[in-house]
Design a binder for this molecule. Structure first.
Ligand code: NAD
Ligand code: DAU
Length: 357
């Protein structure tokens, strides 16, 4: 079996579903079920013996040692992290704990397990670290997209913690020989995306007639990838990526934030018209994110050249599927907007609105 960490989060749960749709190898899913983890995402696997869920923390070394000893996974796919830049600005401590100390604990547990293996099993073992393009920092408008050799220049507590974890993973390969692969991916979107991030936040706010908050001038650029394309890329890297290598994953879909928001409004105008007028009337420019990176773009030629991976979705097809998913899953949307979610919205947006007035 494979051990997946963070498999109840947005990308992790899509990965677990995708993995078990593409084959029968069981998944041991370790997730602490923070605010971002949601077992509802995995409801379709209820009663499926191929999915073993463990509620636990990647910082818990005793638990990790027990899980490796009992289940002897042939690979680890490490998604678990604190993932939201705005939360890292309000409270960086959790990011250092999970992203740095948690990755360290997992590397040590994986290394101890790997040291018990021999021959073919030892050579075939993989530790796949799932990381982000944000470790490379910010691009100017005319700069070439991030390649795998771009210098690390993280600018937020989130990206600094992910960069630190990437460095640990690299060092565990060079020093101890642990067979690691790292992938650095651009912005994902799709089903089960928690509505603290731009795309799902805009969809759920627009449906509720609430303001659509755009930081700064709305001209920051991100490279968007449909989440199932990220899952297929991780499968490709896990299957055939070379140990010690990193692979950049992206959608070749650079868009400004304002373009994204206008596209979502137009789709909602078509699929769920609002008698009060176009959803675009709700667009509200608010105070910028501190240290806001201007542009991310991924050069995904290495993964295409070496592993033959390319995204299957265009932005138009992926965003339409995504908006439709949110329209068809109103119960999921209502449930995730619980009391704790409302507290976060107040923390992140109330001061912004005041400053923008
Ligand atoms: P997410 O916040 O939706 O999910 C994170 C999951 O990790 C949750 O299920 C949470 O409960 C779990 N978790 C958090 N702390 C834990 C701990 N200490 N022990 C065990 N589980 C813990 O995140 P996501 O958007 O699905 O991102 C997954 C990974 O992909 C992260 O490593 C992130 O850095 C990376 N990534 C995300 C994106 C993106 O656009 N979302 C892009 C590139 C890379
Ligand atoms: O690039 C990969 C990264 O993408 C991942 O590593 C992160 O885990 C993931 O959260 C994402 O980070 P971003 O900061 O780019 O995503 P977010 O959805 O938070 O913001 C996207 C853009 O939209 C960014 O320029 C900030 C802006 N924004 C965001 C929110 C939440 C707004 O204008 N308004 C908002 O309310």
């Amino acid at each position: 079996m494979i051990l997946v960490t963070g498999g109840a989060g947005f990308i992790g749960s899509n990965f677990v579903l995708d993995w078990l749709e593409s084959g029968d190898e069981p998944v041991l899913n370790l997730d602490a079920l923070t605010y971002a983890g949601n077992l509802r995402n995995l409801e379709s696997l209820r009663g499926d013996a191929r999915h073993v869920f463990v509620h636990g923390d990647i910082c818990d070394r005793a638990l990790l040692a027990r899980l490796f000893a009992e289940h002897r996974p042939r690979a680890v796919v490490h998604f678990a992290a604190e993932s939201h830049v705005d939360r890292s600005i309000h409270g960086p401590g959790a990011f250092v704990r999970t992203n740095v100390e948690g990755t360290f604990a997992l590397l040590e547990a994986a290394r101890a397990h790997w040291n018990t293996l021999e021959g073919e099993a030892k050579a075939a073992f993989r530790f796949h670290h799932v990381s982000t393009d944000e470790v490379y920092g910010s691009l100017g408008p005319a700069d070439a997209p991030f390649s795998e050799t771009h210098p690390y220049q993280p600018n937020s507590p989130y990206s600094a913690s992910k960069a630190a974890s990437d460095h640990l993973v690299r060092a565990w390969h060079h020093t101890y020989g642990l067979p690691v692969v790292t992938s650095n991916c651009s912005n994902n979107y799709g089903p089960y995306h928690f509505p603290e991030k731009l795309i799902p936040l805009v969809i759920v706010n627009a449906l509720a007639g609430r303001p659509l908050p755009i930081y700064g001038d709305g001209l920051n650029v991100r490279d968007w990838l449909y989440v199932r394309d990220h899952c297929s890329a991780v499968r490709a890297v896990l299957g055939c990526g070379r140990p010690g290598e990193t692979y950049n994953i992206g959608g070749w879909n650079e868009k400004t934030n304002i373009e994204i928001v206008r596209t979502i409004c137009a789709l909602l105008d078509e699929l769920r018209p609002d008698p009060a007028g176009s959803h675009a009337r709700l667009i509200t420019f608010v105070t910028d994110r501190p240290g806001h990176d201007r542009r991310y773009a991924i050069d995904a030629r290495k993964i295409e050249r070496e592993l033959g991976w390319r995204p299957a979705e265009t932005f138009d097809s992926g965003i339409r599927k995504t908006v439709q998913w949110y329209l068809e899953n109103a119960a999921w949307v209502a449930e995730v907007q619980s009391g704790a979610y409302r507290d976060w919205v107040a923390t992140n947006y109330d001061a912004r609105r005041e400053a923008a007035r």
